[in-house]
Design a protein around this ligand. Sequence first.
Ligand code: ADP
Ligand code: ZN
Length: 208
Amino acid sequence: MNLVLLGAPGAGKGTQAQKLVAEFGFAHISTGDLLRSAVAAQTPLGLQVKEIMAQGKLVSDDIVIKLVQERLACDDAKKGFILDGFPRTIDQAVALDELLSSLSITLDAALYVNVATEAIITRLSSRRTCKSCGYTAGADTTVCPSCASEMIQRPDDTPAAIQIRLDAYHKQTAPLVSFYEDACKLKEVDGDADPDVVYAEVKRQLSL
Ligand code: ADP
Ligand code: ZN
């Protein structure tokens, strides 16, 4: 199954992706994780995007499209993939369509995790993220349950950056819901519930 996850920052896309990967073994392709690894490794790309990301702004389409193109070419993407955090603009969605058709890959669904904006600010400001693998949990988790590394607060999980990320989401990413609805690919789940309840609904929507 080849999937795109849609939803605001903090909607729980990463959490649902982690569950799908654990149960079905799909490749999890998170542009946020890829970019954060580049920042941590201080590669030329990482140095270029570090400040933009810390502010909560979007990295340029060219950069993320190239990242996804390289990642989709890896062998593990053949067993099915979940794109998380990409596409985030209409231009990225159009580029993805072109990329997939050039690789003769079909997108099965765009899964929209819909949450109320009020819930998001609280969730993000109390969120902790694994330094090494990107696993996310609440503020009481200090050691990553997946790889035992330190859990930290992301530089963009601060109130000012959260506001900028939400604005970017409403302006640039929310239109993708209609984009995928028009393409008859849209599936929607209510992301306000407990993660396991959301996950049951995710599987139902995807007939998994
Ligand atoms: P979240 O969905 O929690 O805001 P992500 O981990 O998906 O966070 O992304 C973190 C940051 O990485 C974004 O705020 C942005 O700076 C950058 N980023 C990730 N994916 C994209 C993308 N597809 N296009 C542009 N920038 C991106
Ligand atoms: Zn970890």
